[in-house]
Design a protein around this ligand. Structure first.
Ligand code: C2E
Ligand code: MG
Ligand code: MG
Length: 828
């Protein structure tokens, strides 16, 4: 919130903002945070979407790759298996090329074929034996060193027993198994359990196989399968089934151990990151695999070892064939293997997306914080521009802004308000005598006191120096503002514990209240200023309201000041002269020159009206010059006419006296111009002017006195009580004030003061004149008191030069009977 709006929301003391910098309301915090939350949410959504897309794509790629690897792998497994089976074809070739293959011959050939082939458990020769050939075969085997050779039947439960009598036997006769007492020898594959694949192979002249059978290895039974390859009698046809049945000699028989077969195939070609599961071809879903080859980490495939479990995940399924035997081959990607879908990229994308989003949000936050800091700094700067550094109050600018705002509100019908404008009486004296630090401290105390008095809705400001203003809100009646002014006046008048001796000060207050007739805020301030001026004029330490009367007076003063500046040039000024007479004889001893202003419009304006204005505007300097020069000129005329009085007194105001060098030069010029002896002129100064005399001015005063110029103290007894200056300055006449003379016959204290003053003058050997003598009683009192000279209406009013000449020619005045008095009255 800007400082301007804070001024709209009134505060007793100047506060730039209702929320100090850094404090934010919850709602604003939420609003501030929204963009960041939105950016964060967007970043999160995009990251998740990208992650999902990559995840999906990676999964799809991995699936395709896996399927291609698996299909390849299935092909190479089938190839490997086919190569194994082809070895049997080579063995069959042996039987087809030789009429009678001996045991030794078979073993040598077969051993070579199956050497290092762990998958082929055994390779056997299974001859077709007629019922009557059985004994011969059993004997022949025994003769070859196969102990306990007998034809054995395989029962349903895989147990072996002596083969019953049959027309046809298919016993294992030769084998790569050691010849000793081995279970394998003599097993009759013609027994019903083993026979079907044999018949299939015989009839079709191709490989027959029996899947998933119990293999009798001699060192423990194992699951496996066996294949048989029919061998037909050499040179006889076996083109059709009858020929094949008739000419069948036997079978090349090989037992494969599935586990070893798969493992050896995989050892040769590699597993390529796949797990292998071989099931019976028509295995039920809950069937366990015939064999599984899994990666080392998945050595206990408890969950997925059923067919259903294996097929539940990503998998490839096909088959593995060995002749008629088929197995369902299911491959799954090895966990962590190359064919296993890796979602690293998806995760990298997600993490990168989240990091970028977090970075973006952090960047936004940082820039927002930076921007906030700039805004705060700017606000601080603009607030400082509106605060008075010394007191912490609003300054003039801030006050005017608020005044303008409430002015507009009052115009729109809001309750009226008042401006109290005040300054401290004689504050300059505090600064001059106690130093500026004390002055500053005093201003701070004043600010504190006023702040405590005003209401929260009011505004206190310091305009500079010792000038303060209060904006008092909601002032129903004009007089109401007087209550606050009174409080301020009393509060400020209480002593201050500052400096060595404490400080006492009072304030003068001017009050102006809003009304529809006031043009603008500046005009209102001007009114308060005028009222303050009036308070000063009325003796300070008081408050004054602005009024139309006051306005008129001020306007009048302004026009008088303007007209007065031209008065000398236009010849509107005139000197009147009032005689000073010797009380005993009525002889005229001197004249006081008194200014009159003859204005065409205003008539004759008395000095009590225009002299103070001339003093304030500075026109008193040319006017005073003119008056002294005019008095000299008149004296020259009187001297030439030989009717000149002993002296002519000219009044001199404070401002003239301050421009002493100018005064000195003016006096000297006029005296020289009119060839007047300095002894014939007197300057009248009031006590207060004398009190203000500085060291340098006192020197000038002495020089004037030494010239012979008279120095009179005008209005003696009304100014300062100190009489010290009488001893310090070369004064030669005291003029006791007419206020004192006026009461001598009615007020005994007045009489005492006048008597004392006369005695004092005598004692100090200073001439004494009583001013404002108006009647005989006063004159008699003065004579009795020892006063020798007087001036007043009783003798003569101030008269123009012509009448003064007449009086001078006459030389004396009979008190109370002066024929010129009537004339003089009109002039005054
Ligand atoms: P002031 O110097 O004390 O002059 C005496 C004033 O008392 C004169 O008023 C005079 O007319 C008046 N007065 C004389 N006798 C009587 C009396 O019996 N009764 C009453 N009531 N008044 C009497 P004025 O001429 O109006 O002058 C007023 C003041 O203006 C003078 O007081 C003086 O301070 C000032 N003034 C006059 N002329 C000049 C001037 O040329 N220069 C300066 N600086 N001030 C002047
Ligand atoms: Mg005078
Ligand atoms: Mg006087």
């Amino acid at each position: 919130m800007s400082a301007i709006t804070s001024l709209d929301a009134p505060r007793a003391t100047f506060r730039a903002s209702p929320h100090p910098p850094g404090r934010v309301t919850p709602w604003r915090r939420i609003l501030h945070g929204l963009p960041f939350v939105a950016a964060g949410a967007l970043g999160l959504a995009l990251s998740v979407a990208a992650w999902f897309a990559f995840w999906h794509r990676d999964g799809e790629l991995a699936r395709l790759e896996f399927e291609s690897i698996a299909a390849n792998k299935a092909g190479s497994l089938q190839n490997g298996l086919d190569q194994y089976l082809n070895k049997l074809v080579a063995l069959r070739a042996l039987f087809q090329s030789i009429d009678a293959v001996g045991r030794e011959q078979f073993e040598t050939f077969a051993d070579q074929l199956v050497r290092d082939q762990t998958a082929i458990l055994r390779v056997n020769w299974v001859p077709r034996v007629e019922r009557d050939e059985r004994i011969a075969y059993e004997r022949a085997a025994a003769g070859d060193g196969v102990t306990d050779y007998q034809f054995k039947a395989v029962a349903e439960d895989e147990r072996l027993s002596l083969s019953p009598e049959r027309d046809e036997y298919f016993p294992i006769f030769y084998s790569t198994a050691p010849r000793g007492t081995h279970d394998l020898y003599g097993i009759d594959l013609g027994s019903p359990k083993r026979r079907p694949p044999l018949e299939l192979a015989r009839d079709n002249d191709r490989l027959g196989a029996a899947g998933n059978v119990m293999l009798h290895t001699g060192v423990g039974d194992r699951h496996g399968f066996f294949v048989v390859l029919p061998v037909y009698r050499r040179g006889l046809p076996h083109d059709n089934v009858e020929d094949r049945r008739r000419n069948l000699v036997g079978f090349i028989h090989a037992a494969f151990q599935i586990e070893a077969l798969i493992e050896s195939l995989l050892a040769a070609t590699g597993s390529h990151g796949l797990d292998f599961h071989l099931f019976a071809y028509d295995a039920a879903p809950n069937a366990l695999p015939v064999h599984s080859h899994v990666s080392p980490v998945d050595t206990t495939p408890i969950e997925w070892n059923t067919k259903a479990a294996v097929a539940a995940g990503p998998h490839w399924s096909g088959e593995l064939r060995a002749g008629d035997a088929r197995w369902a081959l299911v491959m799954t990607p090895m966990s962590g293997g190359p064919a296993h879908a890796g979602y690293d990229r998806a995760w990298i994308v997600l993490v990168a997306g989240l990091l970028i989003s977090a970075g973006a949000v952090a960047y936004m936050c940082a820039s927002a914080r930076h921007a906030d800091r700039l805004v705060l700094a700017n606000r601080k700067v603009s607030e400082l521009a509106r605060i008075d550094a010394l007191t912490g109050l609003a300054n003039r600018r801030a006050f005017l802004e608020r005044l303008t705002a409430v002015f507009a509100q009052a115009r729109r019908g809001r309750e009226a308000f008042a401006v109290l404008y005040f300054d401290l009486d004689h504050f300059k004296d505090v600064n001059d005598t106690q130093g500026h630090p004390v002055g500053d401290e005093l201003l701070r105390h004043v600010a504190e006191r006023v702040k405590k008095i005003v209401r929260r809705t009011d505004l206190v400001a310091r305009f500079g120096g010792d000038e303060f203003a209060v904006l008092e809100m909601d002032v129903a009646e004009f007089a109401g503002a007087g209550v606050l002014a009174d409080k301020i006046g009393k509060a400020l008048a209480a002593p201050y514990a500052i400096g060595a001796n404490g400080v006492h000060i009072t304030a003068s207050i001017g009050i102006a209240r809003f009304s529809e007739t006031v043009a603008d805020p500046e005009a209102l301030l001007m009114q308060a200023d005028l009222a303050l001026y009036r308070a000063k004029e009325d003796g300070r330490n008081c408050f004054r309201f602005h009024s139309d009367e006051l306005d008129w007076q001020v306007r009048e003063r302004v026009t008088i000041a303007a007209e007065l500046r031209q008065a000398v040039d236009r010849g509107e000024l005139e000197l009147y002269y009032q005689p000073q007479v010797e009380l005993g004889s009525g002889r005229i001893v001197g004249l006081e020159a008194l200014l009159r202003w003859n204005n065409a419009r205003r008539g004759t304006v008395p000095p009590s009206i225009f002299i103070p204005i001339a003093e304030r505007t500075g026109s008193i300097l040319p006017i005073g010059q003119w008056a002294f020069d005019q008095a000299c000129r008149q004296l020259r005329l009187w001297q030439d006419q030989r009717i000149a009085p002993a002296f002519v007194a000219v009044n001199c105001s404070a401002l003239q006296f301050k421009a002493l060098s100018e005064l000195e030069r003016t006096i000297a010029d006029s005296l020289a111009r009119w060839d007047i002896s300095p002894q014939r002129m007197e300057i009248e100064l009031t006590e207060s002017v004398l009190m203000d005399v500085t060291q340098q001015q006192s020197g000038t005063l002495e020089r004037l006195r030494e010239l012979g110029l008279g120095i009179a103290i005008d209005d003696f007894g009304t100014g300062y009580s100190s009489l010290n200056y009488l001893t310090k300055y070369p004064v030669n006449r005291l003029k006791i004030a007419q206020e004192l003379v006026f009461g001598v016959t009615t007020d005994s204290r007045n009489a005492t003061v006048v008597r004392t003053a006369i005695r004092l003058a005598h004692e100090l050997n200073i001439d004494f004149v009583a001013e404002g003598v108006e009647n005989e009683a006063q004159m008699k009192f003065l004579i009795a008191a020892g006063c020798e000279r007087a001036q007043g209406y009783y003798f003569s009013r101030p008269v123009d030069a012509r009448h003064a000449s007449e009086l001078l020619r006459q030389g004396w005045i009979r008190p109370g009977k002066n024929s010129l008095r009537v004339v003089a009255t009109t002039a005054a």
